[in-house]
Design a protein around this ligand. Sequence first.
Ligand code: NI
Length: 212
Amino acid sequence: MNGDLQDSRLKAFRLVRWLSWGLVAAVSAAFLLNGGYSYFTSLPKQTRALAPASIGGPFQLTDTDGRRFTERDLAGKASVIFFGFTNCPDVCPTTLIDIGRWLAAIEGDADKLNVLFITVDPKRDTPQHMKEYLSSFDPRIRGLTGTAGEIAAVAKAYGVFYKEMPLKGGGYTMDHSSAVYLMDPDGRFVEPVSSQTNDETAIKRLRSLAKL
Ligand code: NI
């Protein structure tokens, strides 16, 4: 009887040990996969539908001083590109603050990056309005707007989703995807970040982007 008891204790011990190792393995895998996991979840499905090589491309926009701005103005530097709108109550200001914090963290490397905030609400986001709005954020973030057609074209090139949503009391807000696109100096898509990316990962990605 004593032997059976020992045997079942041994079995229980082995089961617990096996479960612990399973837990350790699962936690480690989740940790290691976190980068890959956020890679997919931070991209809108419109972007995921595009082959990574086809994300981005030529565009015609206007900067906050009213000057024309195209993809040629990005040449020679890697780019951090975020699409949003100045009336956004939460995700856009949060993401712009995040970007400012990441730029501060990579110090001098930030000068090797173009950092763009492209509006998806060109009706309200005039160059002047964007300039005033962006004065509350890191000065390295440049604002771009354009005609409805120009914004639609650049959004399509990057696989950005946006849609005007009427508000109950009148007016409207914009529903939009909120990935931040990291593009290499040749304008090729590298990887995304978003306000859901933890600082350590985002800073690492921006630092390696600046070295491309
Ligand atoms: Ni927003």
